[in-house]
Design a binder for this molecule. Structure first.
Ligand SMILES: Nc1ncnc2c1ncn2[C@@H]1O[C@H](COP(=O)(O)OP(=O)(O)OP(=O)(O)O)[C@@H](O)[C@H]1O
Ligand SMILES: [Mg+2]
Length: 145
């Protein structure tokens, strides 16, 4: 196991968005091809910030924003980055209608915000990270769950 994953098992504290971006960059380089990553955590804990770092690690220069009207965005870098933000996915709107699988081109890295809204896309191979803000220190914590 890489040292980053070992650290993530314990939990990594970050004090700035830049530090979270640096972790994302390293993570992008260490994950195998065709991996999927689920980012759990409340509003504003740094999920999209981590995705910005992942994009940077894949050599993507385009600015990553949360997909607002579309549920997912695709960026081409060293791997194809598929960024799915399931926050607005309603119960009636089935993931099957998204056709996300049809868009995946190997090698890809699929990153999912609000994974609880798309249980169909999460399996035992999905790397699951929980982000939260420590109430005492206000540091952001990223931990593998
Ligand atoms: N240590 C840190 N790690 C990540 N972001 C931080 C940190 N410290 C401050 N921030 C700031 O917190 C905000 C996190 O916002 P971000 O959009 O990444 O959260 P999110 O989890 O994607 O929220 P949402 O659920 O609304 O999509 C950013 O404005 C970022 O600059
Ligand atoms: Mg977000």
């Amino acid at each position: 196991m890489s040292s980053l994953l070992t650290e993530l098992n314990k939990g990594i504290q970050t004090s700035s968005a830049e530090e979270t971006i640096a972790i994302g960059e390293q993570l992008a380089k260490e994950l195998p091809a065709d991996a999927s990553l689920a980012l759990y955590g409340d509003l504003g804990v740094g999920k999209t910030t981590l995705v910005k770092g992942i994009a940077k690690g894949l050599g993507i220069t385009k600015n990553i924003t949360s997909p607002t009207f579309n549920l997912f965005s695709i960026y081409q870098g060293e791997k194809q980055l598929v960024h799915l933000d399931a926050y607005r996915l309603s119960q009636e709107q089935s993931i099957e209608n998204l056709m996300i699988e049809d868009f995946l081109r190997s090698p890809y890295l699929c990153v999912i915000e609000w994974p609880d809204n798309v249980p169909e896309l999460i399996d035992k191979n999905t790397l699951k990270l929980e982000l939260r803000i420590e109430s005492k220190t206000t540091q952001h914590c990223i931990k593998r769950i």
